[in-house]
Design a protein around this ligand. Structure first.
Ligand code: SAH
Length: 245
């Protein structure tokens, strides 16, 4: 099977391959072994291979980190050890982006998630301690992605977050009925509110229009709600949407 098949070619698409380098590879697939991601993993829609960074350390103590040059708190992951690990994982001709999960990276969004899904997979590097030696990032031209403006103790949970967002969008994973097109962020809008049974709860009913059976009206109402909610909750998104429409 060709490695170059893209999402559009569902039947012949090859497995979306993930490699993750970590000091705790046993954290994978973790939560992604369950539910829809877990089923997709069983069905080979995606695959994951964990690599233990420490296996590439030398000497009796197998040190992967050392004190920061210039002083300061904490430890830094060594460029030489990480480079060896990357070279073992990234084969020549590998088209998958190499990504370091980092609070200094570009904030992950649905657009980048879609782009990543359209490729052959990803290679992820999870940091620990104070992070990694800057020379590694510069020398290997590594993309940095953040999952938000807060600090985690390691890149693993960020990697699981990124993977969760990607895997659910792979062909066949959510089922053909649910394309995800209406969801928050897909059109620079947050999603409209949802309701379900029971019909009356605590004396409250779902808005009348949703019970009307008029699909045109329902679609119009949902769009108006999505716009209203986005305007109120996310002025930044609203500005983007407003400029486009
Ligand atoms: N000293 C660093 C934080 C290191 S946290 C700083 O101030 O920028 C340890 C590791 O957790 C990082 O190397 C990174 O891989 C991961 N990490 C922490 N917060 C993250 C975030 N918001 N997004 C992605 N990865 C994160």
């Amino acid at each position: 099977m060709s490695q170059n098949n893209k999402n559009s070619d569902n039947n012949t698409r090859s497995t979306w391959r993930v490699d993750v380098m970590s000091l705790y590879p046993e954290m994978f697939p973790g939560s992604l072994g369950l539910s829809i991601a877990g089923r997709a993993l069983e069905n080979n829609i995606w695959s994951i291979n964990g690599t233990q960074i420490r296996d590439f350390a030398e000497g009796k103590h197998k040190n992967v980190d050392d004190t920061p040059t210039g002083g300061g708190a904490g430890m830094v992951l060594r460029a030489d050890v990480l480079a060896k690990c990357i070279d073992a994982v990234q084969q020549p001709g590998d088209t998958r982006p190499l990504i370091y999960l980092s609070p200094r990276g570009k904030m992950l969004d649905q657009k980048r998630v879609r782009e990543l899904c359209d490729g052959d997979g990803i290679i992820l590097l999870c940091g620990r301690f104070e992070g990694v030696d800057q020379r590694l990032l510069d020398h290997k031209n590594i993309e940095e992605i953040s999952i938000g403006d807060y600090i985690l103790s390691g890149g693993e949970v960020a990697a699981l977050t990124l993977l969760d967002a990607c895997v659910r969008l792979l062909p066949e994973v959510m089922g053909s009925k649910h394309s995800g097109d209406d969801e928050s962020f897909e059109n620079d809008l947050l999603e409209y509110p949802h309701y379900t049974k029971p019909r009356v709860w605590q004396g409250l009913e779902a808005p009348e229009v949703l019970r009307s059976g008029d699909h045109g009206k329902i679609a119009k109402w949902r769009k108006a709600q999505a716009e209203k909610i986005t305007k109120a909750k996310r002025p930044d998104l609203w500005a983007k949407y407003d400029a486009k429409h």
